[in-house]
Design a protein around this ligand. Sequence first.
Ligand code: MN
Length: 136
Amino acid sequence: MGQEVVLIVEDNEMNQLLLCDALVAQGYRVLVSLSAEEGLAIAHREQPDLILMDIGLPGMDGIAALRRLKANPATRGIPVIAVTASAMRSERKEILAAGFDGYQAKPISVRDLWTEVRGIFDHRTGERRPKREDEA
Ligand code: MN
């Protein structure tokens, strides 16, 4: 079974470390970026299986970054989970309406994060099953 690669775009080093440790502990390979601009470049080049996107970032914010990812055929298919301190209902609504595939509120719950990440990969595995049987 291939090792899934997760790109973390997060400018807060404490949160970046927490997300990184939580994902590595579950066996995922992790790439990290401190800005949306760099994150977009890494996503394009490395084609991660999932992106965790902070909303509040220096320069381009996470919502603008998501729009660019979804507008580019090379990155459109990569699921993106928003990670944000914006727990207010109106902001959560705006974030999900922007097209994110999931949402994690800060402070991060490692258990909730694992559940959501696993859910996204289980879904993808299901979609890919016929191809895997052909390869086996
Ligand atoms: Mn931030």
